[in-house]
Write a protein that binds this ligand. Structure first.
Ligand SMILES: Cc1cc2nc3c(=O)[nH]c(=O)nc-3n(C[C@H](O)[C@H](O)[C@H](O)COP(=O)(O)OP(=O)(O)OC[C@H]3O[C@@H](n4cnc5c(N)ncnc54)[C@H](O)[C@@H]3O)c2cc1C
Ligand SMILES: C[S@@+](CC[C@H](N)C(=O)[O-])C[C@H]1O[C@@H](n2cnc3c(N)ncnc32)[C@H](O)[C@@H]1O
Length: 614
């Protein structure tokens, strides 16, 4: 049952966490709360290799892997992760994908983490990448990306049992870490191990430094066979073992078709490609040919007081998009980045009320997505430090560079008992998985699936230099990008009722709406305009997930296995599409997902099942 405000358990609401308090003894960190060390005094690197990496037979399993997943209890300093990353570089075949999941209740301060890893001679580049993406100290799932190695790290912040209970996906090998069981019983108990077992499948292994009798018995009770072996260094014994239980119900797909080369289709296609799926994108218009051709879009969080679930989705979304932008080597793509940081002014009465309510929220509980510039009730002003302005069309072209793309439409989709079949240019083509990311367009074969409404909109470009910052974009009533080449993009109109194309009155409306930026704007010279169509569901969230079952010609409910929806991004494709592309790819491949079940249910197409077409 869903609890208050979308979260099934009050302990899962995003809440700021206090950092771990450490003392340093000869450059070794010790937890003041637990009175124990983070790693062994004598040979920490050797211990991690023996107790976790070798115990799980990782070098050999990495060599044979196309996809692999590791789960860890207690991220601590990130030493286990860093050494695993090195082992992955050394042993994994090119193109293989690693998902590393780790739970942590007391994240280290970034400076403490850096100090610990420097002392242990972890490569500087690995420390830098970890720190650059180090999450804010707030409970929930946070993903970090290491695209050079095709590795993702999902940090689950919170107490182990409820935190792991939010995770979906399966793990191939566990690092059961934590402080000594006698000092840290919350980490070594049946409730935690039941979650470990839930995320395991037949053949999943574990390694741990402890041989405590209670730990062994509990692990056996949840389904692991446990073996005692000689301990590392001065320690007498430790354990390793294998899970004997359920096998996965479905195999990950080998082939996938994605209809649509907008930001939604490209994000999921790239994520599937990274996970070893042979993916083909179909789009008669090419990358960014429709809404995602937007020349000046904002990546801003959508924050609301009293909706912590949506706020958490914004945090995960902003982080995913920023990682994808970073991965493009954004500085190397000329004209991609148009603004860093966005100032949001509560100008209209409704927006002023919404922002004023937000002033009651502690920014730390949102992962510091905003700071307050003015608390004036009639005109509050917030700043979003991680927001960006981007040329979305250019971003899509860049994302499409290494993806197989056919400039043809998917004319019809049929889901047969043998899987989905696509009619493309007069030919039937079968794929293990098909993803519909066709934005506001209608596609045949989607009967019974939720259909978004179409909302047209226009951007206007003006010459001149408006009185605003050179780096930050402004939003309030409409939005305005900083000057580039002596011009500004302004947007955007929002017209219900579908397709109309570029219109004079939409340019006039944009200038009028944005005259708060600069009074002279109404007389500015218009140099360009751009028109697109948003696909919008009534709750302003996309529909991402499996097709809904449909009633077939015999009146029976027919499941649509292998067919997935990924559309309805409204005005927030930049915020949600990269995150949900990763989520969908992980879901399809059975890997640990970057969103808790409570958040992914917000976008589940099934929420439209009862109401029919919204
Ligand atoms: C004026 C305006 C301003 C906006 N401002 C912002 C903003 O500031 N920030 C933000 O985040 N978002 C903004 N948006 C919204 C954003 O552009 C969309 O959310 C996003 O582009 C949607 O991406 P998509 O991939 O779902 O759809 P699209 O980009 O529309 O992609 C769908 C693709 O599917 C293809 N297609 C259709 N039918 C078929 C078929 N049968 N077979 C194969 N391919 C097919 C189309 O050719 C198209 O390329 C704005 C939108 C508009 C119109
Ligand atoms: C020995 S350290 C882990 C060392 C770590 N694996 C590394 O590579 O540095 C144990 C970690 O478990 C965390 N921890 C302890 N109790 C926890 C709990 N109940 N839930 C989640 N994490 C916990 C501690 O904060 C600490 O970071």
């Amino acid at each position: 049952m869903q609890g208050e405000r979308g979260f099934p358990h009050p302990g899962l609401m995003p809440t700021a966490l206090a950092p771990a308090q450490l003392s340093w003894e000869q450059d070794r960190p010790r937890s003041l709360a637990y009175g124990d060390v983070y790693f062994s005094e004598r040979d920490p690197v050797g211990e991690v290799h023996t107790v976790f990496i070798e115990a799980n037979d990782l070098p050999a399993r990495f060599r044979a892997a196309q996809r692999f997943s590791i789960g860890e209890t207690g991220f601590g300093t990130g030493l286990n992760f860093s050494l695993t990353l090195e082992a992955w570089r050394q042993h994994a075949p090119p193109g293989a994908f690693l998902s590393y999941l780790s739970v942590e209740a007391h994240p280290l301060k970034p400076s403490d983490l850096a100090r610990s890893l420097h002392v242990l001679a972890v490569p500087r580049n690995d420390i830098r990448r970890l720190l650059e993406q180090y999450p804010p100290s707030v409970t929930g799932l946070h993903r970090l990306h290491f695209p050079e190695e095709r590795v993702v790290l999902t940090l689950v912040y919170g107490d182990a049992t409820p935190a792991l209970a939010q995770v979906r996906g399966s793990v191939d090998a566990w690092f059961l870490d934590g402080f000594a069981p006698s000092r840290n019983p919350e980490m070594w108990n049946l409730a935690v191990f039941r979650q470990v077992a839930r995320l395991s499948r037949d053949g999943t292994t574990f390694g741990t430094f402890t041989a405590s009798g209670q730990v062994r018995r509990d692990l056996e009770e949840v389904g692991f066979s446990v073996q005692k072996v000689s301990g590392f260094g001065g320690k007498r014994e430790r354990c390793l073992g294998t899970f004997r239980g359920k096998t996965p119900s479905s195999r990950p797909p080998r082939t996938a078709a994605v209809a649509g080369a907008g930001i939604a289709g490209l994000a999921v296609a790239a994520a599937l490609r990274d996970r070893g799926v042979a993916v083909t994108v179909f789009d008669p218009m090419g990358p960014g040919g429709r809404a995602s051709g937007n020349p000046a879009a904002l990546l801003t969080p959508h924050l609301t007081a009293g909706e912590p679930a949506r706020n958490a989705l914004s945090l995960a979304g902003i982080r995913a998009t920023r990682a994808l932008v970073q991965g493009t080597g954004s500085d190397a793509v000329p004209g991609l980045l148009l603004a860093r940081g966005v100032e949001h002014r509560g100008l209209a009465a409704q927006a002023a009320r919404r922002l004023t309510r937000l002033l009651t929220v502690d920014p730390r509980d949102t992962g510091d997505l905003f700071s307050v510039l003015s608390r004036r009730v009639d005109h509050p002003v917030l700043f979003y430090p991680d927001a960006l302005g981007l040329d979305l069309g250019r971003f899509c072209e860049h994302l499409a560079r290494d993806l197989p793309l056919e400039r043809r439409a998917l004319d019809r989709l049929r889901v047969t008992p043998d899987g989905p079949v696509c009619d493309i240019a007069g030919r039937s083509r079968s794929f293990d998985t098909v993803i519909i990311a066709t934005g506001a367009a209608q596609t045949a074969g989607l009967g019974g699936q939720p259909q978004p409404a179409v909302v047209g909109g226009q951007m206007t470009r003006v010459s001149g230099s408006l009185s605003m910052s050179a780096a930050r974009a402004l939003t309030g009533q409409g939005y305005c990008l900083p000057e580039r080449d002596g011009q500004h993009w302004l947007g955007a109109t929002y017209r219900h009722g579908g397709v109309h194309g570029i219109r004079v009155e939409d340019n006039t409306d944009n200038l009028r709406h944005l005259s708060w930026v600069d009074r002279g704007l109404v007389h500015a010279e218009i140099t360009d305009a751009w028109y697109g169509e948003r696909a919008v569901f009534s709750d302003r969230l996309p529909a991402v997930g499996p097709f809904l079952p449909v009633v077939d010609s015999h009146g029976c409910l027919s499941h649509q296995d292998g067919a997935w929806l990924n559309l309805g991004y409204g005005s927030r494709g930049l915020l949600y599409a990269p995150l949900l592309g990763h989520w969908l790819a992980d879901r399809i491949c059975g890997l640990p997902e970057p969103l808790p079940a409570a958040l992914s249910s917000l976008v589940n197409p099934a929420r439209h099942a009862d109401s029919g077409v919204p």
